[in-house]
Design a protein around this ligand. Structure first.
Ligand code: PLP
Ligand code: LYS
Length: 467
């Protein structure tokens, strides 16, 4: 895979040996506050403080690597969505980060929850999210998962295939249930994001195609089913998206589909879900829109398309994941070894190895995703050097941050803090190289509390039941 910047990029002051968007920072000790949980700062001794807790103290208690989630930051972003989209339903996408505590925060902030598996459903329910506020997704829901969802009274199931519609109807017959459904469609939008996280183009596994006609057929099929209550259309165009153009096209095409459905059945669909995908800043080159601007743009598009197709405004919903939990999270690693590697042209690159890597954050390896970092335990007046933060796995591609400026005196034992780490890092973690997964700790008003404990080697050994 070629290296690409998957979000916005700037092309100023290209750094020799670095990507075009990277600039030499004026002051490494200064944190770019657009990347960190709200209120993050350095204290008088230079330590990075998140939610009133110095990361050195978090590490003293919980070790490294550790994921720290600022509770107030998470809640405030949830509230931003509620305030910006007051009469919409906001489903927090649990795949980004889900623990029972996180489910409780979402429930308390008035969010609903998007779940994709039995495991996510169980954690959501045990965290106190009422079943009727769950939206159940997935392109291959099992009979067991469907039966569980129906028995719990999950609020809506987003169907993704004709096979699933039949499976769902069979489960309704078997359990004596009815199911509320939305049909996930592909709008053909080529979202501007990494190929692996774009989901509205035709040639991929999710949804039923509007262009190919399957979306309308599925809607009519669900509408005529005696076991299903069809609520509407669901579209999710992809993730880490900065431009509203893709959403505009998706809104136009889903509204047109709703109009075609009305022509076919005489019925107007009551709901439209536009999915998630709102991008966040991982580096200073990323400039996401404020949630309120997004909302204004969405409202304008909806109003326009409703008028164009003479449709009543449907009940609307969104599914932001990353935009709520991503900026709330910071990953903290400890530096273990440092190598100065000579490159062509007499240049060198500092390889800084930390005690985690692709097992706790696969995003750089999977999507060439970029991050930034700061030394969290102290300030430094040393000059900035172009560095590469790498993990401890047996893969050359085990790179956490391909290009980042660190102080030239970065040393063994220093703490490297990575902002924007709340979404899709710990939730996508693996045990590659038999590395136990790191803990997730919440922080609020100077106090930390463990949400997910660190896995232990004993946990891993217990799985190995062979002789
Ligand atoms: C159906 C659906 N909804 C919502 C999301 C959440 O996306 P994001 O975290 O980018 O907001 C995803 C993941 O991309 C998804 O697949
Ligand atoms: N996991 C992806 C986004 C896709 C998520 C789910 N549809 C990421 O880290 O960016």
């Amino acid at each position: 895979m070629t290296h690409m910047h998957i979000a916005g990029s700037i092309h100023a002051d290209a750094v020799q040996g670095g990507p075009t968007w990277l600039t030499v920072p004026d002051d490494l000790n200064e944190l770019d506050l657009s990347l960190w949980p709200r209120g993050t700062h350095r204290d008088e001794t230079g330590r990075v403080v998140v939610a009133g807790v110095a990361l050195t103290d978090v590490v003293a208690e919980h070790g490294t690597p550790v994921y720290v989630i600022d509770e107030d930051d998470f809640r405030s972003r949830a509230r931003d969505f509620r305030a910006a989209f007051p009469d919409w339903d906001v489903y927090y996408a649990g795949k980004a980060l889900l623990t029972r505590t996180v489910a409780r925060w979402a429930a308390e902030e008035g969010l609903n929850l998007d779940v994709t598996t039995l495991g996510e459903m169980r954690i959501a329910l045990e965290g106190g999210m009422p079943a009727q506020r769950l939206g159940f997704h997935g392109n291959n829901k099992s009979e067991e998962e469907i039966a569980f969802a129906l028995a719990q009274g999950v609020g809506r199931i987003i169907v993704d295939s004709f096979d699933e519609i039949a499976r769902l109807e069979a489960a309704c017959v078997e359990g004596g249930h009815r199911a509320k459904v939305l049909v996930r469609v592909t709008t053909g939008v080529e979202a501007h994001t990494h190929e692996y996280i774009a989901t509205a183009h035709e040639d991929q596994k999710f949804g039923l195609s509007i262009m190919g006609g399957q979306a309308l057929t599925a809607l009519v099929r669900c509408h005529s089913s005696q076991y299903l209550d069809l609520l509407g259309i669901h579209s999710h165009i992809g993730s880490q998206i900065f431009e509203t153009l893709g959403f505009e096209v998706a809104i136009r095409r889903t509204m047109k589909l709703a109009a075609q459905f009305r022509t076919a059945t005489g019925v107007e669909l009551p709901e439209l879900d536009l999915g998630g995908g709102f991008g966040i800043a991982y580096t200073s080159a990323d400039t996401p829109q404020p949630t309120s601007d997004l909302a204004a743009a969405f409202e304008e598009m909806i109003e326009h398309e409703c008028r164009a197709f003479a449709l009543a405004r449907p009940r609307l919903s969104l599914e932001p994941g990353r935009a709520i939990c991503g900026p709330a999270g910071v990953a903290v690693y400890r530096v273990g070894t440092i190598k100065n590697v000579e490159l062509e042209g007499g240049r060198t690159r500092l390889y800084v190895s930390v005690d985690g890597g692709m097992s706790d954050n696969i995003r750089p390896a999977l999507y060439a995703a970029e991050y930034s970092a700061a030394v969290a335990n102290r300030t430094s007046d040393a000059e900035p050097v172009l560095s590469r933060v790498v993990g401890k796995h047996c893969e050359g591609g085990d790179i956490l941050i391909r290009d980042v400026f660190l102080p030239s005196d970065v040393a063994i034992g220093d703490l490297i803090a990575v902002p924007g780490a709340g979404a899709y890092a710990r939730s996508m973690a693996s045990n590659y190289n038999q590395i136990p997964k790191p803990p997730v700790v919440s922080a609020k008003d100077g106090v930390t509390s463990t949400m997910l404990r660190r896995e232990t080697l004993d946990d891993l050994m217990r799985l190995d039941v062979g002789q």
